[in-house]
Design a protein. Structure first.
Length: 329
């Protein structure tokens, strides 16, 4: 069980974080309810090896990970940041597979999960980054390893660029540095309008997002499960715990701009990991590695955008050696 940690964000917003390490240990106190999922299934594809690529005129490679089983500095903190519409619980299976001794904390970002959803926002890039900085400082996690997925990955690398004193290492999971464009935002608006919400049951949620949603090219039960975890029951049926309008506002703050400049300002060791069938293409991912002063690359066969959620073992196999190298004293 995960232990809940209540923390105040940058502008006084109430945020919920979940300490998977403390909650899993015997005898730990605190709130033991919250984001949980079944243990990951065996037999998922293995991750391909990490290929480190030196970049820049100084040609500074990331030090290689030590041989043998992954290990890292005991008690070293890791802050996990979910993507748009996600919540901290989506990290649960992957977090438990991180190298032994790490303290894994996942944050419900503003507008998501059990954290506050202020009607007037803000839901800007600055607000998300400031929240992450506040959590690191108020929980005494710095220098922390940031692990982000999608929107959370952008928040992570922007914080690493702006506050290098707070960040020790960085993992970027399936997030593009290029602008997505106005057409992408219009498509998302149409997608939200097409949801048959409220849903009459959780089974209906699974069916819609896993098979019936026009955005689903082939049946994807994992996608249905992902969205079922962020639904709440009301008198008239099941609704998302987030406000779709707030999600569009959050997304609008990055789809119109590229973020290569902030990526180039990240000075700590950084791993770019993508699913082979995800939203981050290989060419762009490798360019991101080149732009990062201390970049490394990994990909997970058969995984899509939700790589840590659908393939936690393969994800941990890709990330574990990098963390062991980055966090070894």
């Amino acid at each position: 069980m995960a232990r809940r940690l209540d923390v105040t964000g940058a502008d006084g917003i109430r945020l919920a974080a979940w300490d998977f390490t403390a909650g899993a240990a015997a005898g730990q106190g605190g709130t033991a309810s919250g984001p949980e999922r079944a243990r990951p299934r065996p037999g998922v594809p293995r991750a391909v090896g990490i290929a480190r690529q030196p970049s820049g005129p100084e040609d500074r490679p990331t030090p290689p990970a030590p041989a043998g089983p992954p290990a890292a500095a005991s008690g070293a903190p890791v802050l996990l940041l979910h993507g748009l519409m996600g919540h901290a619980g989506h990290w649960a299976p992957a977090a438990r597979l991180l190298p032994g001794g790490l303290r894994a904390i996942a944050l419900d970002q503003r507008g998501h999960g059990a954290s506050e959803k202020p009607r007037g926002g803000p839901f800007t890039r600055e607000a998300y980054v400031a929240d992450a900085a506040a959590v690191v400082e108020r929980l005494g996690l710095g220098p922390v390893t940031l692990v982000g997925h999608s929107m959370g990955a952008l928040t992570a690398w922007q914080l690493a660029a702006e506050r290098p004193d707070l960040v020790r290492a960085l993992v970027i999971c399936d997030m593009r540095a290029s602008a997505l464009g106005a057409a992408s935002q219009r498509a998302w608006q149409d997608w939200f309008r097409g949801w048959p919400a409220p849903f009459p049951s959780l089974d209906a949620v699974h069916r819609w997002f896993g098979a019936d949603d026009p955005w689903v090219e082939t049946p994807n039960p994992a996608r249905g499960a992902f969205f079922a975890e962020v639904m709440t029951e009301r008198a008239d049926g099941w609704h998302p715990v987030f406000d779709p309008a707030q999600m569009l506002t959050s997304r609008e703050t990055w789809v119109h701009d590229a973020h290569w400049d902030s990526l180039a300002q990240v000075r700590c060791p950084a791993l770019v990991v993508r699913g082979l069938d995800g939203e981050l293409g290989r060419a762009e991912a490798q360019e991101m590695v080149r732009v990062l002063p201390h970049g490394a690359y990994a990909e997970i066969p058969d995984a899509g955008h939700l790589l840590h959620y659908t393939h936690p073992e393969a994800w941990a196999e890709a990330v574990g050696p990098f963390l062991a190298g980055a966090l070894t004293p």
